[in-house]
Design a protein around this ligand. Sequence first.
Ligand code: SF4
Ligand code: SF4
Ligand code: FES
Length: 273
Amino acid sequence: MAEFRLPKNSRIQKGTNYDVAGDDAKKKRTFRIYRWSPEDLDAKGEPKNPRWDSYTIDVSKCGPMVLDALIYIKDHVDSTVTFRRSCREGICGSCAMNIGDGKGTNTLACTKAIDDFKGDITLSPLPHMPVVKDLVPDLNHVYAQYASIEPWLKTETPAPNRERLQDPEDANILNGEDGHGPAGCILCFCCSTSCPSYWWNADRFMGPAVLLQAYRWIADSRDEATGERLDQLEDPFRLYRCHTIMNCTNTCPKGLNPAKAIAEIKKLMVARR
Ligand code: SF4
Ligand code: SF4
Ligand code: FES
């Protein structure tokens, strides 16, 4: 079975510098990329420590976003660099990673411009998640938590002949007056992996992404399982490990407010007592 854990007491080592920009480069930028693979073994057959590899490229030859630079590096410099991406326009959530030129932020590589950074750009996987390889975090646990909130419409009344309609006011609760309601969540998990409570209690605390999704179904006027959904969250860890630190809302690349969604669930808990 694949080993997804880093070696014990692992430290990130200095890796290889690749400078392929050339003297005639119009715009040189350096990307420091976290590299680790469970298949990269030392002489004893143990996984090696992770390392930072640096890639200096001419970014005038690629698109303007950090993901464009990553794709350029993979295509032209080092095909072993591993990351997830799909939509390339901030919809699928798969390119979430920690990006920075000093203090990093969890964000989407496809919507983050290279020019937003001044110095060398450091790319690492979402923090406090097991790493599958390089920039790819293991999302199995967080998706199991997502499945546990049963993210689908639950009803008891017979299905109508056509779809279940919803008043525009009720739809606005999901979509948000400004388009930043809970239905806009793309499950990138930038928020959960920026939440200190989630770092330390991910085994039992649901974390902001999953709680925002839970609220999305609780707040849906067509859903008929509100009581059951609240029962499932009524637990000292699942919901109440949120201490309103607000990292989640500050980091969300879609401008959503998971902290507010969590507060709304807590209000509903109090209201039903
Ligand atoms: S508000 Fe709650 S969920 Fe968001 S970062 Fe803080 S503790 Fe985590
Ligand atoms: S709330 Fe924002 S940061 Fe969190 S998973 Fe959804 S889109 Fe990503
Ligand atoms: S590639 Fe889909 S959100 Fe970035």
